[in-house]
Design a protein around this ligand. Structure first.
Ligand SMILES: NC(=O)c1ccc[n+]([C@@H]2O[C@H](COP(=O)([O-])OP(=O)(O)OC[C@H]3O[C@@H](n4cnc5c(N)ncnc54)[C@H](O)[C@@H]3O)[C@@H](O)[C@H]2O)c1
Length: 301
Protein backbone atom coordinates (compact mmCIF):
# COMPACT_ATOMS: atom_id res chain seq x y z
CA UNK A 1 0.00 0.00 0.00
CA UNK A 2 1.27 3.46 -0.81
CA UNK A 3 2.06 5.54 2.23
CA UNK A 4 0.10 8.77 2.49
CA UNK A 5 1.46 11.98 3.93
CA UNK A 6 -0.80 14.05 6.12
CA UNK A 7 -0.16 17.01 8.35
CA UNK A 8 -3.24 17.01 10.57
CA UNK A 9 -2.51 18.77 13.88
CA UNK A 10 0.79 20.09 12.49
CA UNK A 11 1.63 23.79 12.42
CA UNK A 12 3.90 25.00 9.63
CA UNK A 13 5.61 28.31 9.00
CA UNK A 14 6.72 29.08 5.46
CA UNK A 15 8.68 32.31 5.08
CA UNK A 16 8.44 34.17 1.78
CA UNK A 17 5.27 32.20 1.01
CA UNK A 18 3.42 35.00 -0.78
CA UNK A 19 4.53 33.78 -4.21
CA UNK A 20 6.94 31.54 -6.12
CA UNK A 21 8.18 28.41 -4.38
CA UNK A 22 6.98 29.30 -0.88
CA UNK A 23 3.40 29.60 -2.09
CA UNK A 24 3.57 26.05 -3.49
CA UNK A 25 4.81 24.66 -0.18
CA UNK A 26 2.18 26.55 1.83
CA UNK A 27 -0.70 25.45 -0.43
CA UNK A 28 0.28 21.78 -0.34
CA UNK A 29 1.01 21.63 3.40
CA UNK A 30 -2.40 23.22 4.03
CA UNK A 31 -4.13 20.90 1.54
CA UNK A 32 -2.72 17.99 3.54
CA UNK A 33 -4.06 19.32 6.81
CA UNK A 34 -1.38 21.60 8.24
CA UNK A 35 -2.27 24.94 9.76
CA UNK A 36 0.04 27.35 7.98
CA UNK A 37 1.59 30.72 8.77
CA UNK A 38 2.04 32.35 5.38
CA UNK A 39 4.84 34.82 6.02
CA UNK A 40 5.77 37.41 3.39
CA UNK A 41 6.54 41.09 3.55
CA UNK A 42 5.51 41.39 -0.08
CA UNK A 43 8.56 43.27 -1.40
CA UNK A 44 10.25 43.33 -4.79
CA UNK A 45 12.87 40.77 -5.91
CA UNK A 46 15.57 43.21 -4.80
CA UNK A 47 14.02 43.47 -1.34
CA UNK A 48 12.51 46.97 -1.64
CA UNK A 49 8.91 47.88 -0.83
CA UNK A 50 6.31 45.81 0.94
CA UNK A 51 2.64 44.88 0.72
CA UNK A 52 0.22 42.69 2.62
CA UNK A 53 -1.29 41.50 -0.65
CA UNK A 54 1.17 38.67 -1.29
CA UNK A 55 0.62 36.84 2.01
CA UNK A 56 -3.11 37.67 2.04
CA UNK A 57 -3.72 36.20 -1.41
CA UNK A 58 -2.10 32.87 -0.47
CA UNK A 59 -4.07 32.75 2.79
CA UNK A 60 -7.24 33.39 0.74
CA UNK A 61 -6.37 30.54 -1.61
CA UNK A 62 -5.84 28.18 1.31
CA UNK A 63 -9.01 29.20 3.12
CA UNK A 64 -11.10 29.05 -0.08
CA UNK A 65 -9.85 25.49 -0.58
CA UNK A 66 -11.01 24.62 2.95
CA UNK A 67 -7.65 24.87 4.70
CA UNK A 68 -6.39 26.87 7.67
CA UNK A 69 -3.84 29.64 7.39
CA UNK A 70 -2.88 33.00 8.80
CA UNK A 71 -0.87 35.79 7.20
CA UNK A 72 2.29 37.25 8.70
CA UNK A 73 3.85 40.35 7.17
CA UNK A 74 6.95 40.48 9.35
CA UNK A 75 10.38 40.65 7.79
CA UNK A 76 12.71 37.80 8.67
CA UNK A 77 15.64 40.21 8.84
CA UNK A 78 15.44 41.25 12.50
CA UNK A 79 15.55 39.00 15.58
CA UNK A 80 12.41 40.72 16.94
CA UNK A 81 10.39 40.34 13.75
CA UNK A 82 11.64 36.76 13.32
CA UNK A 83 10.37 36.02 16.83
CA UNK A 84 7.02 37.62 15.96
CA UNK A 85 6.59 35.13 13.10
CA UNK A 86 6.94 32.27 15.58
CA UNK A 87 4.68 34.09 18.03
CA UNK A 88 2.01 34.33 15.32
CA UNK A 89 2.08 30.53 14.95
CA UNK A 90 1.87 30.02 18.71
CA UNK A 91 -0.92 32.56 19.22
CA UNK A 92 -3.02 31.39 16.28
CA UNK A 93 -2.35 27.67 16.27
CA UNK A 94 -0.70 26.82 19.60
CA UNK A 95 2.74 25.60 18.50
CA UNK A 96 5.29 25.19 15.69
CA UNK A 97 6.16 21.84 14.10
CA UNK A 98 7.59 22.81 10.73
CA UNK A 99 9.70 25.73 9.54
CA UNK A 100 10.52 26.24 5.89
CA UNK A 101 13.07 29.03 5.59
CA UNK A 102 12.38 30.20 2.07
CA UNK A 103 12.31 34.03 2.05
CA UNK A 104 14.86 35.47 -0.32
CA UNK A 105 16.00 38.42 -2.39
CA UNK A 106 18.67 39.01 -5.03
CA UNK A 107 21.24 41.81 -5.38
CA UNK A 108 23.49 40.37 -8.08
CA UNK A 109 26.70 42.18 -8.99
CA UNK A 110 30.17 41.02 -9.94
CA UNK A 111 32.27 40.93 -6.77
CA UNK A 112 34.54 43.84 -7.73
CA UNK A 113 31.46 46.08 -8.02
CA UNK A 114 29.45 44.75 -5.09
CA UNK A 115 28.77 47.24 -2.28
CA UNK A 116 28.75 46.49 1.44
CA UNK A 117 25.04 47.36 1.44
CA UNK A 118 24.37 44.70 -1.22
CA UNK A 119 26.25 42.17 0.89
CA UNK A 120 24.30 43.04 4.05
CA UNK A 121 20.88 43.11 2.41
CA UNK A 122 21.29 39.58 1.02
CA UNK A 123 22.91 38.08 4.14
CA UNK A 124 20.18 39.69 6.26
CA UNK A 125 17.29 38.04 4.44
CA UNK A 126 18.69 34.59 3.65
CA UNK A 127 21.13 33.81 6.42
CA UNK A 128 20.26 36.04 9.38
CA UNK A 129 16.61 35.62 8.39
CA UNK A 130 16.83 31.85 8.76
CA UNK A 131 18.67 32.21 12.07
CA UNK A 132 16.11 34.73 13.36
CA UNK A 133 13.18 32.47 12.59
CA UNK A 134 14.82 29.15 13.48
CA UNK A 135 16.13 30.19 16.90
CA UNK A 136 12.77 30.72 18.64
CA UNK A 137 11.25 27.80 16.68
CA UNK A 138 14.03 25.44 17.78
CA UNK A 139 13.34 26.14 21.47
CA UNK A 140 9.68 25.21 21.06
CA UNK A 141 10.54 22.08 19.07
CA UNK A 142 13.13 21.02 21.62
CA UNK A 143 10.59 21.33 24.45
CA UNK A 144 8.00 19.28 22.59
CA UNK A 145 10.43 16.72 21.16
CA UNK A 146 9.48 17.18 17.51
CA UNK A 147 10.42 19.45 14.62
CA UNK A 148 11.15 19.66 10.92
CA UNK A 149 13.29 22.35 9.29
CA UNK A 150 13.84 22.87 5.59
CA UNK A 151 16.34 25.59 4.71
CA UNK A 152 16.59 26.94 1.19
CA UNK A 153 20.06 26.93 -0.29
CA UNK A 154 20.97 27.08 -3.96
CA UNK A 155 23.43 25.63 -6.42
CA UNK A 156 24.81 29.21 -6.45
CA UNK A 157 25.98 28.68 -2.88
CA UNK A 158 26.88 25.00 -3.04
CA UNK A 159 28.71 25.27 -6.36
CA UNK A 160 29.09 29.00 -7.11
CA UNK A 161 27.64 31.30 -9.75
CA UNK A 162 29.01 34.45 -11.37
CA UNK A 163 27.74 37.69 -9.84
CA UNK A 164 26.38 36.13 -6.66
CA UNK A 165 29.10 36.41 -4.01
CA UNK A 166 26.60 37.79 -1.47
CA UNK A 167 23.88 35.28 -2.35
CA UNK A 168 26.29 32.34 -2.66
CA UNK A 169 27.84 33.07 0.72
CA UNK A 170 24.41 33.31 2.35
CA UNK A 171 23.18 30.14 0.67
CA UNK A 172 26.27 28.15 1.67
CA UNK A 173 25.79 29.50 5.20
CA UNK A 174 22.37 27.89 5.30
CA UNK A 175 23.98 24.49 4.81
CA UNK A 176 26.10 25.15 7.91
CA UNK A 177 23.06 26.24 9.89
CA UNK A 178 21.07 23.19 8.85
CA UNK A 179 23.91 20.80 9.70
CA UNK A 180 24.23 22.15 13.22
CA UNK A 181 20.47 22.12 13.82
CA UNK A 182 20.44 18.51 12.61
CA UNK A 183 23.13 17.58 15.12
CA UNK A 184 21.73 19.59 18.04
CA UNK A 185 18.19 18.47 17.23
CA UNK A 186 18.95 14.77 16.88
CA UNK A 187 17.82 13.66 20.33
CA UNK A 188 14.62 15.74 20.17
CA UNK A 189 13.40 14.30 16.85
CA UNK A 190 14.17 17.63 15.19
CA UNK A 191 15.27 17.00 11.61
CA UNK A 192 16.92 19.64 9.52
CA UNK A 193 17.58 19.45 5.80
CA UNK A 194 18.36 21.71 2.88
CA UNK A 195 16.61 22.16 -0.45
CA UNK A 196 18.45 23.54 -3.47
CA UNK A 197 15.59 24.32 -5.86
CA UNK A 198 15.54 25.15 -9.54
CA UNK A 199 12.33 26.81 -10.71
CA UNK A 200 10.91 29.55 -12.86
CA UNK A 201 9.76 32.29 -10.50
CA UNK A 202 9.93 36.07 -10.63
CA UNK A 203 13.41 35.71 -9.09
CA UNK A 204 14.75 33.60 -11.94
CA UNK A 205 12.58 34.58 -14.93
CA UNK A 206 15.43 36.55 -16.53
CA UNK A 207 18.08 33.92 -15.77
CA UNK A 208 16.79 30.56 -16.94
CA UNK A 209 16.52 31.07 -20.71
CA UNK A 210 15.05 28.27 -22.81
CA UNK A 211 14.66 25.93 -19.82
CA UNK A 212 12.18 28.21 -18.05
CA UNK A 213 9.06 26.46 -19.39
CA UNK A 214 10.22 23.16 -17.95
CA UNK A 215 10.81 24.47 -14.43
CA UNK A 216 7.45 24.71 -12.73
CA UNK A 217 7.90 25.65 -9.03
CA UNK A 218 5.26 23.04 -8.19
CA UNK A 219 7.80 20.38 -9.15
CA UNK A 220 10.04 21.36 -6.22
CA UNK A 221 7.17 21.05 -3.75
CA UNK A 222 6.98 17.23 -3.21
CA UNK A 223 10.60 17.07 -2.01
CA UNK A 224 10.05 19.87 0.49
CA UNK A 225 6.74 18.45 1.69
CA UNK A 226 8.40 15.05 2.18
CA UNK A 227 11.17 16.66 4.26
CA UNK A 228 8.50 18.40 6.37
CA UNK A 229 6.67 15.15 7.05
CA UNK A 230 6.70 12.99 10.13
CA UNK A 231 7.84 10.08 7.91
CA UNK A 232 10.91 11.95 6.66
CA UNK A 233 13.79 9.64 7.50
CA UNK A 234 16.55 12.12 6.79
CA UNK A 235 18.40 14.83 8.61
CA UNK A 236 21.65 16.70 7.84
CA UNK A 237 21.10 16.22 4.09
CA UNK A 238 20.86 18.43 1.02
CA UNK A 239 18.46 17.74 -1.84
CA UNK A 240 18.27 19.29 -5.27
CA UNK A 241 14.83 19.55 -6.88
CA UNK A 242 13.83 21.11 -10.17
CA UNK A 243 12.23 20.35 -13.51
CA UNK A 244 11.10 16.93 -12.29
CA UNK A 245 14.53 15.75 -11.15
CA UNK A 246 15.19 14.99 -7.48
CA UNK A 247 18.75 14.34 -6.35
CA UNK A 248 21.12 14.51 -3.41
CA UNK A 249 24.00 16.92 -2.99
CA UNK A 250 26.55 15.76 -0.48
CA UNK A 251 29.86 16.72 1.04
CA UNK A 252 32.19 13.77 0.75
CA UNK A 253 35.65 13.26 2.13
CA UNK A 254 38.25 10.87 0.81
CA UNK A 255 40.83 9.00 2.87
CA UNK A 256 43.49 11.51 1.87
CA UNK A 257 47.20 11.14 2.44
CA UNK A 258 48.54 10.65 5.98
CA UNK A 259 52.04 12.01 6.53
CA UNK A 260 52.43 10.17 9.85
CA UNK A 261 51.85 11.19 13.48
CA UNK A 262 53.68 14.28 14.79
CA UNK A 263 55.38 14.87 11.43
CA UNK A 264 55.47 18.10 9.44
CA UNK A 265 56.00 17.16 5.79
CA UNK A 266 57.84 19.55 3.53
CA UNK A 267 55.91 21.22 0.73
CA UNK A 268 57.93 19.08 -1.72
CA UNK A 269 56.90 15.86 0.03
CA UNK A 270 53.26 16.98 0.16
CA UNK A 271 53.33 17.89 -3.52
CA UNK A 272 54.31 14.29 -4.37
CA UNK A 273 51.04 13.08 -2.77
CA UNK A 274 48.57 15.47 -4.35
CA UNK A 275 46.87 12.67 -6.26
CA UNK A 276 46.07 10.80 -3.04
CA UNK A 277 44.98 14.06 -1.40
CA UNK A 278 42.55 14.76 -4.25
CA UNK A 279 41.49 11.25 -5.23
CA UNK A 280 37.73 10.67 -5.06
CA UNK A 281 37.53 7.01 -6.05
CA UNK A 282 36.66 6.19 -2.45
CA UNK A 283 35.06 8.61 -0.02
CA UNK A 284 32.86 8.89 3.02
CA UNK A 285 30.03 11.30 3.73
CA UNK A 286 30.76 12.55 7.25
CA UNK A 287 27.72 13.64 9.27
CA UNK A 288 29.47 15.79 11.86
CA UNK A 289 32.87 17.29 12.61
CA UNK A 290 33.37 14.40 15.03
CA UNK A 291 33.22 12.05 12.05
CA UNK A 292 36.24 13.77 10.55
CA UNK A 293 38.16 13.63 13.81
CA UNK A 294 37.34 9.90 14.02
CA UNK A 295 38.62 9.45 10.47
CA UNK A 296 41.88 11.07 11.51
CA UNK A 297 41.98 8.94 14.64
CA UNK A 298 41.76 5.81 12.48
CA UNK A 299 44.91 6.91 10.69
CA UNK A 300 46.76 7.50 13.97
CA UNK A 301 45.99 3.93 14.89
N1 LIG B 1 13.73 29.90 -8.22
C1 LIG B 1 14.88 29.26 -8.20
O1 LIG B 1 15.32 28.65 -9.20
C2 LIG B 1 15.71 29.23 -6.95
C3 LIG B 1 16.95 28.61 -7.01
C4 LIG B 1 17.71 28.51 -5.86
C5 LIG B 1 17.21 29.05 -4.68
N2 LIG B 1 16.00 29.69 -4.68
C6 LIG B 1 15.54 30.23 -3.40
O2 LIG B 1 14.21 29.83 -3.19
C7 LIG B 1 13.57 30.80 -2.33
C8 LIG B 1 12.26 31.23 -2.94
O3 LIG B 1 12.54 31.98 -4.12
P1 LIG B 1 11.55 32.12 -5.36
O4 LIG B 1 12.30 31.68 -6.54
O5 LIG B 1 10.24 31.50 -5.04
O6 LIG B 1 11.43 33.72 -5.49
P2 LIG B 1 10.30 34.74 -5.03
O7 LIG B 1 10.86 36.09 -5.19
O8 LIG B 1 9.02 34.43 -5.73
O9 LIG B 1 10.08 34.36 -3.49
C9 LIG B 1 10.77 34.93 -2.42
C10 LIG B 1 9.75 35.49 -1.45
O10 LIG B 1 10.44 35.94 -0.28
C11 LIG B 1 9.79 37.12 0.16
N3 LIG B 1 10.70 37.89 1.00
C12 LIG B 1 11.78 38.61 0.61
N4 LIG B 1 12.35 39.22 1.65
C13 LIG B 1 11.63 38.87 2.75
C14 LIG B 1 11.74 39.16 4.13
N5 LIG B 1 12.70 39.97 4.59
N6 LIG B 1 10.84 38.63 4.98
C15 LIG B 1 9.84 37.83 4.52
N7 LIG B 1 9.68 37.52 3.21
C16 LIG B 1 10.58 38.02 2.34
C17 LIG B 1 9.43 37.84 -1.12
O11 LIG B 1 8.43 38.83 -0.92
C18 LIG B 1 9.00 36.68 -2.02
O12 LIG B 1 7.61 36.45 -1.98
C19 LIG B 1 14.59 31.91 -2.13
O13 LIG B 1 15.27 31.71 -0.92
C20 LIG B 1 15.52 31.73 -3.29
O14 LIG B 1 16.79 32.28 -3.05
C21 LIG B 1 15.24 29.78 -5.77
Amino acid sequence: MTETFTFDERVAIVTGAGGGLGRQYALELARRGARVVVNDLGGAVGGGGGSELAADSVVDEIVTAGGEAVASYDSVTEPESGARIIQTAVEEFGTVDIVVNNAGILRDKSFAKMTAEEVDAVLDVHLRGALNVSRPAFSIMKDKGYGRFVHTSSNSGILGNFGQANYGAAKAGLVGLSNVLAIEGMKYDIRSNVIAPIAMTRMTEDLLGAFADYLDPAQVMPMVVYLCSEQNRFTHEIFSAGGGRYARFFIGMNEGWFAGPKRVPSVEELSRHLEEIRDVDAFEIPTSSTDEINLLGRQFR
